[in-house]
Ligand binder design. Structure first.
Ligand code: GAP
Length: 435
């Protein structure tokens, strides 16, 4: 089927409890979103898969969870206070503001359609400011972190020393980041509060080109392995004039969103920029000492930096499918089983009392291993449709024959094929098919 529209995904996300507008009952807060019961499971599964691939399955990468609030000097040293800006223009006719580098036509207002009504571009800093303590003066000013990366750099020496890792090694972190984006939009694609999954890989400067290559391939493969179609993801090398102030090379992993190719993740060669900056600004020597070579140097850093919320959105879009089944349209989320928010639905054929004890017993037997939902109301066909729409790989149905033959029907989301399985074999049957 053709790619779903943004509205189709946003409507499904809201209708089924994946994503809600923040502060909806107060009219909604633009560009912030809340993840509902299914959204939070999906987001957690995406983050879990990233953590597994980037930390648990490797011996050379460890994790970190640093504070959102950090010393203001961190952001001076990193360059964010001075340079983390986007060019902003305002339309003098309708007073709407835009990021000039994202406008399709730099002289045409996309809101009111007037031409040549923009002010001169000015650099707008994206840092969110707040104050520590009771006095709101310049000295108490702190920022909400705009990326998780700096928390890693300022802990580089703590982690190296305590984990006794030798180069090359990485430090990974998942967490919230905040940016006062000029033009948030496209649902959860660009928001002012979002979650990142970042890893800083420290290596000898002579090896940085190889590791840059390595991480581009590894990261692209991760998305495909988890279900983004190979033809919908690509690597795009940044042009020289696109590079951030800290980078000598960056490749984006891009996904074909409903509006076209756009960024999921940036893989950057940050050289020794950050460790040098923090050494200079903090006075702490962050050079690495290689005992064998008797060499002291600043490691170079390769950084795969992904958005957890944006990536979750891409998995949702890629999973969406519609097909004709007996003259009706079936909507199905073909999420990879590792990502599916609910792994098994347990459904009594009717809500008659005699089916409930077996329904509950089956659910209890499965809950310790998988996310299980019990759904009792509505006709069974409608309940199957709902489970298809939220991507549940298996539905276990308890019917009146179960009372006699002690067996249940297990339906596969993708093929809709049904197997009759003895109740005591259900955990084993599912264990062969589910992560
Ligand atoms: N430490 C480098 C860094 O933060 P970035 O390209 O600015 O690099 C990394 O951000 C990833 O974070 C992006 O590829 C995107 O997936 C996600 N991201 C950035 N800004 C975002 C926003 N406003 N809303 C949602 N995700 C965002």
């Amino acid at each position: 089927m053709p790619a779903p529209s943004l509205d189709t995904i946003a409507n499904l996300a809201k209708k089924r409890g994946f994503v809600f507008q923040s502060s909806e009952i107060y009219g909604g807060l633009r560009s912030a979103y809340d993840y509902g019961p299914l959204g939070v499971e999906l987001l957690r599964n995406v983050k879990e898969q990233w953590w597994k691939a980037m930390v648990r399955e490797r011996g050379d990468i460890v994790g970190l969870d640093s504070a959102v609030l950090q010393a203001r000097q961190v952001w001076v040293a990193s360059g964010h206070e001075a340079e983390f800006t986007d060019p902003l223009v305002e339309c003098t006719n309708c007073n709407n503001r835009f990021r000039v580098d994202k406008l399709e036509d730099a002289s045409l207002c996309p809101n009111c359609g007037q031409r040549d009504t923009f002010t001169e571009p000015r650099q707008f800093n994206l840092l969110f400011t707040t104050h520590m303590g009771p006095v709101e003066d310049e000295g108490a000013k702190v920022y909400l972190r705009p990326e998780t990366a700096q928390g890693i750099f300022i802990n580089y020496e703590n982690v190296r020393r305590t984990s006794r890792l030798k180069l090359p090694f990485g430090i990974a972190q998942i967490g919230k980041a905040f940016r006062n984006e000029i033009t948030p939009g496209q649902f959860v694609f660009r928001t002012r509060e979002f979650e990142q999954m970042e890893m800083e890989y420290f290596c000898h400067p002579s090896e940085s080109a190889d590791w840059y290559e390595y991480w581009q391939k590894a990261r692209l493969a991760w998305y495909v392995d988890l279900g983004l179609p190979a033809e919908s993801v690509r690597l795009r090398e940044h042009e020289q004039d696109e590079l951030s102030h800290y980078s000598t090379g960056t490749s984006d992993v891009e996904f074909q969103f409903p509006w076209g190719w756009d960024e999921l993740e940036g893989i950057a060669n940050r050289t020794d920029f950050d460790l040098k900056q923090h050494t200079e600004h903090s006075g702490t020597d962050l050079r690495y000492y290689d005992q064998e070579a008797d060499e002291r140097f600043f490691p170079h850093v390769i950084e795969p930096a992904a958005g957890a919320t944006r990536t979750t959105f891409a998995f949702l879009i890629a999973a969406y499918d519609e097909e004709e089944v007996r003259g009706e349209t079936r909507t199905v989320l073909r999420l990879d089983k590792r990502l599916a928010p609910i792994k098994v639905a347990v459904l009594p054929l009717s809500k008659k009392d005699e089916l409930i004890p077996d329904t509950e017993a089956v659910a209890v037997a499965l809950r310790s291993r998988w996310a299980v939902e019990v759904d009792v109301t509505q006709a069974i066909g409608r309940r199957y449709r709902r489970q298809d729409e939220i991507g549940t790989p298996y539905c276990v149905t308890i019917d009146f024959d179960t009372l006699e033959d002690r067996a249940v029907t297990i339906r596969d989301r993708d093929t809709m094929a049904q197997d009759r399985v003895a109740i005591d074999q259900v955990p084993g049957y599912l264990a062969e098919r589910l992560p």
